[in-house]
Design a protein around this ligand. Structure first.
Ligand SMILES: [Zn+2]
Length: 241
């Protein structure tokens, strides 16, 4: 038994870019993380990639540590570090299949239905929690990348939540409200989306809502809330056309 890290698998999954996470999962599942050991507030292992790499990952933050591969030496989060972080949270146990992939764009479940009262309340909570990652930027430029990662993490968390939703006027209404909250953050909330992460997520969600409408025409009623709204880049137009 090791002392568990301060992060969870979801944290690693949503805060890592998709290719790096999926390559790390592959390393982990193929037993490439060897000699795993707990150190003082960190973990160490030998990860067998193209050659064996000595890897350290901190227990308080999965993206802090060291790896002697090319990326690691340049202070870039590499698949070896992520694989060791996964080992630490899983304690060497297998991953559930739904935890192996990052959903980085909102996709339609294609399943008609409504959420129960409890599910609806839980989903609203999850949206609010994910929206906290999409926060105003007020830091110096050296934390710019950390800030951009936070925006991506928020959008990844929202995408994973959206993918699990059934399609109905009810969930369409929920998503319209989510878009309006994101819009407010972009227009007046001080979010610096110059990489277009949040804007891209909004556009993709709008495309997905068009699919909702095809599956259940009643969804269009939920879009009426957008009538006459001034949004930051006119993203609502496809839903009202
Ligand atoms: Zn590495």
């Amino acid at each position: 038994m090791i002392s568990p890290p301060k992060y969870t698998l979801d944290k690693i999954r949503f805060a890592t870019d998709q290719p790096t996470f999926e390559k790390a999962v592959e390393l982990y599942e193929n037993g490439k993380v060897t000699q795993f050991q707990e150190e003082i507030s960190s973990y160490s292992a030998m990860v067998v990639g193209t050659k064996p790499y000595r890897v350290f990952v901190e227990a308080r933050q999965f993206n802090l540590g060291h790896c002697d591969c090319y990326l690691g030496q340049n202070d870039t989060l590499c698949k070896h570090m992520v694989a060791v972080a996964i080992y630490a949270v899983q304690d060497g146990k297998p991953l559930a299949s739904e935890d192996k992939h990052v959903i980085s764009t909102p996709i339609c479940s294609g399943r008609l239905g409504e959420l129960s009262k409890e599910e609806l309340a839980a989903t609203k909570k999850a949206i609010t929690a994910a929206l906290q990652y999409i926060k105003p930027y007020d830091g110096p430029s050296r934390i710019w990348f950390a800030y951009q990662n936070s925006l991506s993490e928020g959008c990844n968390r929202l995408s994973a939540m959206v993918a699990g939703l059934p399609v109905s006027e009810q969930t369409a209404g929920l998503l319209v409200n989510m878009l309006l909250r994101l819009d407010k953050k972009l227009c007046t909330g001080g979010v610096d989306d110059s990489d277009g992460t949040v804007g891209g997520f909004i556009k993709e969600t709008v495309q997905m809502l068009k699919e909702y409408e095809k599956l259940d025409p009643a969804c269009a009623k939920a879009f009426q809330k957008l009538k006459g709204k001034e949004t930051c880049f006119g993203w609502e137009e496809p839903l009202l056309g």
